[in-house]
Design a protein around this ligand. Structure first.
Ligand code: ADP
Length: 388
């Protein structure tokens, strides 16, 4: 097992596409780290550079104590599982798992032990003689994972391994992968575009956009204290609501107001208000999670406003309400379903905002959270080694 370190790693493809922008990340030994972000954000390129399948333009990647920039993929002590499992169709499950070890001239008894161990862990004992075409999607996926496990690598790399499975199987396999990691504790780097998969699997969630790491934190950190509007909007389902407005002062309080003509306003709670004070008079985007909105006819004006119900979506225990503010912005609220007490389409209701769960951002799609720590200056160091 090993720590994986990326130091100012950059990838510029031929033709000048800047896919990864000089990112630094330390993945501690035994961690399960998920790189997540929208299509094209650079997550697969990053994984492929760790694997050695893609050359690094500048910076260094280390696995354990060794800089691997110029080390061939087969010598990096990693095992990769792809979205397309690429099993050999003419080989049995056993042979598929054993094949890589055979190529490495591993002794037969050792191959037998490792394949049997992996098969027992993955519940494949009854399928070892079958060919891949006689397996379900989930079983094939397990064989692909088995092939990685038998290598006993320092690090597992997963590239969207569940994308080809249907929604239900994806959730089951997700739990299996998590249980497997808890058992093997092998350092894992996992790429997905699915924020829910990232949140449920990762010890550390690394949110990427435009070739940069936007935030790396525990699932709780990226959800509760997103550093910018991009992370806030990407993590969490349904997504966070954003309301454009501006900050003003009323005595000692800092108010967020949608516009002068609209009475919708929120008194910012401490400690957010302390961060917002210096920005009074400037535009500010309020961020409100759907779960932080509740229907409260008796709520005080300072923490609530009137909205019109546009759509009601029952989800069983909860209901999603699409609500229109007086200025026409659509908000989503997720509220408990209370039989016989749900608002109807067209009704005007008063919604309250949980002040402890209000976020505030600078304007723009990557606007910084007003209470986010100021980013540290990049550490001075020797120029990054460049891959040959
Ligand atoms: P993701 O995995 O987040 O979807 P990628 O790492 O695959 O993103 O791609 C990042 C960026 O690099 C994208 O703009 C993509 O078009 C570009 N890119 C990926 N592979 C190549 C390549 N072989 N040549 C040129 N550009 C590439």
């Amino acid at each position: 097992m090993a720590q994986v370190t990326l130091d100012r790693v950059e990838k510029i493809y031929k033709g000048g596409v800047r896919a990864v922008n000089g990112i630094s990340l330390t993945i501690d030994d035994g961690r399960f780290v998920v790189l997540v972000g929208p299509s094209g954000c650079g997550k697969s390129t990053t994984l492929r550079m760790i694997a050695g399948l893609e050359e690094i333009s500048s910076g260094t990647i280390s696995i354990g104590d060794r800089v691997v920039n110029t080390v061939a993929p087969k010598d990096r002590d990693i095992a990769m599982v792809f979205q397309n499992y690429a099993l050999y169709p003419h080989m049995s499950v056993y042979e598929n798992m054993a094949f890589g070890l055979k190529l490495r001239k591993t002794p037969k008894a050792e191959i037998e032990r490792r394949v049997r161990d992996a098969s027992a862990i993955l519940g494949l004992d009854d399928y070892l003689e079958r060919k891949p075409k006689a397996l379900s999607g989930g079983q094939r996926q397990r064989v692909a994972v088995g092939r990685a496990i038998v290598r006993e690598p320092a690090c597992f790399l997963f590239d969207e391994p569940l994308s080809n499975l249907d929604a239900k199987l994806r959730v089951t396999m997700r739990s299996e992968l998590k249980a497997l990691h808890q058992r093997l504790k092998t350092t894992t780097v996992y790429v997905t575009h699915d924020q829910e998969e990232a949140m449920t699997l990762g010890d550390l969630v690394v949110v990427m956009a435009n070739g940069d790491i936007q935030q790396a934190g525990t699932p709780d950190e990226v959800f509760r204290t997103p550093v910018n509007r991009f992370v806030a909007g990407f993590v969490g389902m349904p997504p966070m609501n954003f309301l454009e407005g501006a900050l003003s002062r009323a005595g000692e309080q800092v108010l967020w107001r949608e516009s002068a003509s609209n009475p919708a306003q929120i008194v910012l709670p401490e400690p957010l208000a302390a961060h917002a004070k210096a920005r009074v008079g400037q535009p500010c985007v309020l961020g409100i999670r759907p779960g932080a909105i509740s229907i409260r006819p008796d709520a005080p004006d300072s923490l609530s406003f009137l909205v019109t119900v546009a759509v009601v979506e029952p989800l069983g225990e909860q209901t999603d309400l699409r609500l229109t503010t007086p200025s026409g912005v659509l908000l989503t609220a997720r509220v408990p379903s209370v039989h016989g007490h749900m608002p109807k389409v067209g009704e005007t209701v008063r919604v309250a905002i949980d002040p402890a769960r209000v976020h505030a951002f600078e304007p723009g799609p990557f606007g910084r959270a007003l209470d986010a720590p100021v980013p540290a200056e990049p550490a001075a160091g020797t120029p990054a080694e460049t891959a040959a």
